[in-house]
Design a protein around this ligand. Structure first.
Ligand code: HEM
Length: 448
């Protein structure tokens, strides 16, 4: 897998002369089938045309390591994302590269790790209890939407601090319009189109965030109980803080990356639990044994091995993002092919998570595969629902704590019934969701 600029090797195999849209529709419809079918035809390296650009697809753990770990200097994360995203979000952590990325990452990381997480625990728990109490009796309850409201509420409170209910609701509505335009090309500011509406919402969100930052800078910058408070005080090696513009971009990325993904994974976790009654029963038993009828404490979360396996298995079968893109900055060779600068490369989490050389009976929901007596998923870059390498999800620990709190609360307090006549067909992009949003009926545990 030597890296050089030699031009003698062929381009990867794949269909030629594809028009602008290329194979985007086939990929969006079913990213797993898309990758598996072409793997059969071409092997682990091939080319396609996605989102208006030529793209080399590199499959398997070695390829994931190459793109995400050992050779990140060849790639740009920013140019890997499409124009709508970079033009709407600007330059937050996912959309910057090199020294600028390292600087921002070092400044952001402490707010999402270690001791800070302990401070977020109570807010996550209280918001979960309040939201879920309103679910009872709603028929049908669309779990995807309910999780989305809950995870946005948690993200917004922990990132921006408590706002009034009206302010928070207006912010949520604007954010919804904003994110609906992120994957909606073309990036033309035409009023009434998804991108045009997202652009307008983005301007309003930026104004609101600027007001919040101004308020904080003048009054209570020393508040350290939320992420904005910490980011306002973060300093780089030269003792410089974030500018307001950098802060606003970062908040937009954190809010976006921090709630759609959690919503998706929670929804599929519940789906799998409801389809696998024996796992559900064992998961409830674990909760009763470890937490019991009392209040969930932070320490409990470290003593729930089955819940841990369930979440990993849901991540394996249903990674919220099917994979990721990078722009190729320096031409390179891989697997006997040359990949030119200006192309994109794609790694595929869904493909890796279904490789029969890595996983026993890959389509099966089997949390036990992560138990200590089995050795699946231990090798690097085989379970990559949160990415890997230096750009691994910066919110990993935050998301894990949040999902554990929510699932633990649900298992101990409620019973769920899947409603008949709905479609669970996955809609994979932008974040994977069941077509009808997972319709359930919820009852309190004691009433059930
Ligand atoms: C179930 C929940 C989540 C999943 C599955 C997830 C998944 C991912 C993945 C796959 C990446 C890497 C993308 C790539 O390199 O191609 C990533 C990066 C990122 N995630 Fe998450 N994420 C989750 C939750 C969160 C949360 C809660 C936050 C914020 C609080 C967050 C913030 C970010 C940011 C800022 C990046 C960019 C990191 C960088 O480029 O250095 N994510 N996430």
């Amino acid at each position: 897998m030597a890296v050089s600029t030699a031009h003698v090797l062929p381009l990867p195999p794949g269909p030629r002369n594809l028009p602008i849209i290329g194979e985007t529709i086939q990929w969006v419809r079913d990213p797993l089938h898309f990758a598996q079918e072409r793997y059969e035809r071409y092997g682990a390296v091939w080319r396609t045309h996605l989102l208006g650009r030529p793209c080399a697809v590199l499959l398997g753990p070695e390829a994931n390591k190459f793109i995400l770990g050992s050779h990140i200097h060849l790639f740009s994360s920013r140019t890997g994302w499409g124009k709508p995203i970079t033009s709407l979000i600007g330059g937050g952590l996912s959309l910057i590269d090199g020294a600028e990325h390292r600087r921002h990452r070092r400044m952001i990381q402490p707010a999402l790790h270690g001791a800070m997480l302990q401070r977020y625990f109570a807010v996550m728990l209280t918001r979960t209890a309040e939201h879920t109490a309103t679910w009872i009796g709603q028929q049908p309850l669309k779990l995807f939407e309910a999780f989305k409201q809950l995870s946005f509420d948690i993200a917004a409170r922990l990132m921006l601090g408590a706002q009034s209910d009206a302010e928070a609701e207006q912010f949520r509505r604007l954010f919804h319009v904003f994110t609906s335009g992120l994957f909606a090309p073309p990036a033309w500011k035409v009023p009434g189109t998804p991108y045009g509406k997202a652009w307008r919402a983005g301007q309003q969100l930026r104004q609101t965030l600027q007001l919040i930052i101004d308020r904080r800078r003048v009054t209570d910058v020393q508040v350290q109980d939320d992420i904005l408070g910490l980011l306002l005080q973060a300093r780089d090696a030269d003792n410089q803080g974030f500018t307001d513009e950098e802060l606003i971009d970062e908040l937009l990325v954190l809010l976006w990356a921090g709630h759609d993904t959690v919503t998706s994974l929670l929804t599929w976790t519940l789906y799998e639990l409801l389809c696998n009654a024996h796992v559900y029963r064992h998961a409830v038993a674990e909760q009763m044994h470890v937490v019991g009828a009392g209040r969930l404490e932070l320490a409990h979360l470290k003593r729930l091995p089955l819940l841990d396996c369930i979440l990993r298995e849901a991540e394996r079968l249903h990674p919220p993002a099917p994979g990721g893109f990078r722009g190729v900055v320096t031409p390179f060779e891989y697997g006997g092919y040359r990949i030119p600068a200006g192309w994109t490369v794609m790694y595929s989490s869904v493909f890796t998570h279904h490789m029969s050389t890595l996983w026993h009976d890959p389509p099966r929901f089997d949390p036990d595969r992560f138990a200590p007596h089995r050795d699946e998923g231990r090798k690097p870059f085989t379970l990559i629902g949160f990415g890997g390498g230096p750009r691994v999800c910066v919110g990993f620990a935050f998301a894990q704590m949040q999902m554990r709190i929510i699932v633990s609360h649900l298992l101990r307090n409620f019973r769920f019934e899947l409603l008949p006549g709905q479609s669970f067909k996955p809609v994979p992009v932008p974040t994977k969701m069941p077509k009808d949003g997972l319709l359930v009926h919820v009852q309190e545990q004691s009433a059930a």
